[in-house]
Design a protein around this ligand. Structure first.
Ligand code: PLP
Length: 261
């Protein structure tokens, strides 16, 4: 988002979340709006997250919508489903992060995360009345019209995504997410028994452990990803197809051994 703001020449303003529950601090939303109004900003593009990369936490778009509408401001809500777009819609049905919500303008989702497609398979979906703003008619040597910033790109990537989705089918994909949900819950139960503190969104396959519950040795041995490579405060486990309960159990046993030392 910092990069996008840089390219577009717009201001960027971040909001705060609570450390343990990863929930948006609503007072920081109004503070963010006010800070931008003071800079002369007249319209807002809000990026709401459908599963953050480190925590799997999910925004509640209403917090932004209410704050912006109270002030009668022009805004667009974009959903960043880079990570969650191929997960969350299958694990949580009653959410307001899709086009059923009339306030959502656009959504991105990456097939190169949970759908395990080759890199460079991000997907952008926008409402019909907005796609015209992304159109460039000037590239007249191209047959049809042009809607991307990066220009020409590999069609093989699109074929790869199509193949993956076609192979699963909607029910196959539903079963995949069902299994990952079960495995993630299994791991959380083990952590509860060991009294190791962690954060998990109940509809996510990411478990983010507080640093104090994990030795640096174990984190390194299992390749747990830190939030910050210099001073880790959290380490995450991402439960993918290959992260079976058997494999998770090896880590659980190691954590248990470490507690005895
Ligand atoms: C991976 C990720 C991005 C970056 O997307 P790329 O298409 O891989 O560059 C943005 N937001 C979230 C939440 C992500 O997980």
């Amino acid at each position: 988002m910092d990069k996008a703001a840089n390219v577009l020449g717009t201001h960027i303003q971040k909001i705060l979340v609570t450390s343990n529950t990863r929930e948006v601090k609503t007072d920081s939303v109004s503070a963010a709006i006010n800070a931008q109004l003071e800079k002369g900003t007249r319209a807002f593009i809000v990026v709401a997250n459908m599963m953050t990369t480190m925590f799997g936490s999910v925004d509640i778009p209403d917090y932004y919508i209410q704050a912006l509408e109270e002030k009668n401001l022009t805004y667009f809500i974009h959903v960043d489903g880079a990570y969650g777009g191929f997960y969350y819609p299958f694990s949580e049905t009653g959410h307001a992060m899709n086009f059923r919500n009339p306030k959502i303008s656009s959504v991105t989702l990456d097939a190169h995360k949970m759908a395990q497609a080759p890199y460079g398979t991000g997907i952008f979906i926008v409402r019909k009345n907005l796609i015209q703003y992304a159109n460039t008619k000037e590239a007249s040597y191209v047959e049809g019209e042009y809607f991307t910033l990066i220009g020409s790109r590999s069609g093989a990537n699109a074929v790869a995504v199509w193949m993956i989705l076609f192979k699963y089918g909607p029910f196959g994909y539903m079963e995949k997410i069902f299994v990952l949900q079960k495995r993630t819950s299994w791991m959380c139960n083990q952590l509860d028994k060991l009294k190791i503190p962690y954060f998990r969104n109940r509809a996510a396959n990411i478990i983010t452990l507080k640093q104090e519950g994990v030795s640096a040795h174990i984190a390194h041995k299992y390749g747990l990803v830190p939030d910050n490579h210099q001073h880790p405060a959290w380490y995450k486990i991402v439960v993918m197809d290959y992260v079976t309960v058997d494999k998770q159990n090896i880590l659980v046993q190691d954590l248990k051994e470490h507690q005895k030392e």
